[in-house]
Design a protein. Structure first.
Length: 442
């Protein structure tokens, strides 16, 4: 079951991003006292009282304004409202009700979505009466909060999760391995899904963009439970009408990548890899998701003994940031090499779960240092003390050093390459975090 979605809506500078960051537990949205800082939707996973959900921060809505930025922000906010199960409208309790608040409330009434109304910036108990004026908005009982100090945030979240129709626990969300099938429109994603399942459960058409939403399909493979997430095709921004249902679909596709344990990215072998393909693969890499790249429609390509190398070399050139990629060449139409898809999926998942003992890690580290000494800067040499693994999915390592400023990104990349030579991490990113100890030891 897909997690419910909470969209945070309101005019500029009411504290939406401050609330968002407090619930997310980390600073994700940029927070400034300048209206209009958040222009795009920002999405994170969140949990409250045993409920898992996705949360969307949006830009400040000022419907009365007619400039291009505001039109864009309004489109983004409308998409967030469309996809949301519950909407949280945040208003400024110190400022009182404004015309912009009434305009935003009107948008929400038309959307006919469950709404929770939070009156922010009420730091003192005596200011709770500041909520009374906001009954005029007709959105139910206003809840006094201070996002900055955490006051009332729990009350708001209690109201939000009570309104979710789909109750998904964090355990349920992580119970099955989720595979997101992603790519540009008409690359063959739904055909791949159908053939993998052995039955037609997703509509397939030759018209690009037939799949409008992300569809979760549970299945079993070799006695293991999986969920295939078949997504709408992702097009370039300039090709998307954000007021249309396709804009909604793009958002669902990116959300599917975030929820997935592994991503299968589908390329059309009859077309050049695009800038958008590279961008989305970069997004997958940045999120730390293991992935498998499929070159589909391989049956349409005239081949010789150098064709696979030519395509692989092109990928290496375009995807220098993720040279650990795993690629398979398939035909959804003919079923060519279909057995390799799930085989590769299971392999990259295992690589993402790999753990290396601290003892072995430090043997690898010492060999790396012996081969290439750490860099120096302004007469100071980087001293690497030891390394330990702190997480998996993706494999994450902590490097303890005397001065983190001396660790150049190129040496960090060198250490990553040493780890990859010692252990097979193909198909998964790995992360190296740095912690400085004993600052006096230079």
């Amino acid at each position: 079951m897909e997690k419910p979605v909470l969209a945070i809506i309101g005019k500029p500078n009411v504290g939406k991003s401050t609330f968002f960051n407090r619930v997310a537990g980390k600073r994700i949205s940029i927070v400034k006292n300048t209206p209009g800082v958040t222009r795009d939707r920002i999405i994170v996973d969140a949990e409250w009282a045993g409920h898992a959900f996705s949360m969307i921060d949006t830009g400040g809505i000022e419907p009365a304004k007619d400039d291009e930025w505001q039109k864009y922000i309004l489109m983004q906010a409308n998409l967030a409202i469309d996809v949301a199960d519950v909407v949280l409208m945040i208003v400024d309790g110190k400022e009182g009700v404004s015309n912009s608040d009434f305009n935003v409330a009107q948008i929400l009434r038309k959307a006919k979505k469950p709404v929770v109304l939070a009156v922010n910036k009420l730091e003192n108990d005596e200011l709770d009466e500041g909520t009374l004026d906001f009954y005029k908005l007709g959105l139910g009982i206003p809840i006094a909060i201070s996002s900055e100090h955490g006051k009332g945030v729990a009350d708001v979240l209690d109201e939000v999760v009570a309104l979710f129709k789909n109750k998904v626990s964090p355990f349920e969300e992580n119970a099955k391995t989720k595979i997101a099938i992603v790519g540009r429109p008409n690359a063959g994603k739904s055909s791949i899904t159908n053939r993998l399942l052995g039955e037609t459960r997703v509509v397939v058409s030759d018209v690009a963009g037939t799949t409008r939403d992300a569809i979760d399909v549970p299945f079993r493979y070799k006695g293991k439970d999986f969920v295939l997430i078949d997504t709408a095709g992702i097009r370039r921004k300039s090709k998307i009408d954000y007021e249309s249902i396709e804009g909604f679909s793009v958002m669902r596709s990116l959300q599917a990548i975030r929820r997935a344990n592994v991503v299968v990215y589908v390329l059309d072998a009859s077309e050049e890899i695009s800038e958008q393909d590279v961008r989305v693969l970069g997004y997958i890499h940045e999120l730390g998701k293991p992935s498998v790249i499929l070159y589909n429609k391989w049956d349409l390509i005239e081949k010789d003994n150098k064709t696979v190398k030519k395509y692989t070399d092109k990928l290496k050139q375009e995807l220098k940031f993720m040279d650990y990629f795993v690629v398979q060449y398939i035909s959804a139409l003919e079923g060519t090499r279909f057995g390799k898809i799930m085989e590769s999926v299971e392999t990259v998942l295992e690589h993402a779960k790999t753990r290396i003992s601290t003892g072995l890690l430090n043997e690898i580290l010492q060999d790396a240092i012996s081969t290439t000494e750490p860099p120096t800067h302004a007469g100071k040499r980087l001293k690497i003390k030891y390394m330990t693994q702190v997480d998996v999915c993706p494999p994450t390592f902590m490097l303890f050093v005397n001065d983190e400023k001396l660790l150049h990104f190129s040496y960090k990349r060198y250490l990553e390459n040493c780890l990859r030579r010692a252990k097979d991490f193909s198909g998964t990113p790995i992360k190296i975090l740095v912690k400085q100890t004993n600052k006096g030891d230079k």
